[in-house]
Design a protein around this ligand. Sequence first.
Ligand SMILES: Nc1nc2c(ncn2[C@@H]2O[C@H](COP(=O)(O)OP(=O)(O)OP(=O)(O)O)[C@@H](O)[C@H]2O)c(=O)[nH]1
Ligand SMILES: [Mg+2]
Length: 363
Amino acid sequence: MKQSVRQLLQVDIKSIVKNTKVNSQTSDGVLTPKRQKQVSKENSRKTKGSDKFQTTIKSLYDRYNKHYPEPKRSDLALVNFFFNKAKVQFEWSAPTFNDIPGEKVRRAMEKRQKAAQILLEEEKSYISSKSLASDPNLSMLESEFTHLEHKDQNKLYHGKTEGIPFELINQLPEIAFLGRCNSGKSTLLNNITTEVTRNHLNEYANASKKAGFTKTINCFNVGKRFRIIDTPGYGTKGTAEQGRLTMDYLQKRRELRRSFLLISANQGFSEYDATMVDLLVSNGIPFEIVLTKMDTVKDMTQVERIIEESNVLNLPTSPRFIFLNSMTNKHCQKRFGIDILRYVILDACGLSPGVKPSKIKKN
Ligand SMILES: Nc1nc2c(ncn2[C@@H]2O[C@H](COP(=O)(O)OP(=O)(O)OP(=O)(O)O)[C@@H](O)[C@H]2O)c(=O)[nH]1
Ligand SMILES: [Mg+2]
């Protein structure tokens, strides 16, 4: 008898637990009709909000990128596939331009080649002054000289690469993120190279609320197809050394294909940004403009004003304008503009949207 009471009690407790848990769900996990209605209402509100945001961002993009053909949806899908699958590896961090792997050696090689060229020219002019120009020995001399020149180089750089430093053999196109401190460069790098939408993402580059966080130029290899360079921010929290480092990189780096100037949509163009734009234009460095933190913008006319009041629409070049958000919030629950930026990056590196990463992420 005692046992059957206990059994009864157990059954009762079980059913109580079941009933409380199942307030909004039936026992097999299916939502009750009431809850279903609520969820679908919430979802449609979210979708409506996101749709509105997407439409606004799209109309801004169309308005300021009339010179550029709109990327096809199928291409955007391919590009997203590439970035979501490509393995990202941190490669180097350089506090000065000479610290970039291969740069010192490249400079030394170029100096030697220049010196050798001058010697060859002198030799030629000596021979022609002695009216030996038709002498068959001249071509022999030239080839002898070239041989010596190479032998000399090989002496400097031993190894299996026939005198060419490994870092220079391993060249890939590069793109760089530039902008004021806190404009969202490091966060964007983490975002475009990951599939997930997660706030406070610190996957590869370190991002921080603290302005002036990135202090060196940092290089990340993406799928062994190209490299993304994260630069230190400029402005009141940046230092003169960091500014020089970024300018050296922009002016001297042969692998740089395009730079992306990040402007925070809630701050707009500053005098520092105007100077950077001038430097990019006067040095002939190709660049695009990326308006970040679009999730923080309540009134989109504010973004239009930022663009119209800056000088960028009157430049001799026509940079693209890309509008995006790396973070999400209640009003903006998806990332926008990331796919367009991904598309432009591959294009800048001379890669087609259908390119496959040479190295993929492990799941
Ligand atoms: N709301 C919002 N915040 C963002 C977005 N992107 C970046 N942030 C925030 O802005 C702050 C600065 O981001 P970082 O990526 O470190 O900026 P940075 O340009 O690399 O800054 P420095 O390294 O100092 O030059 C961080 O607190 C980020 O969370 C965005 O799209 N929306
Ligand atoms: Mg940074």
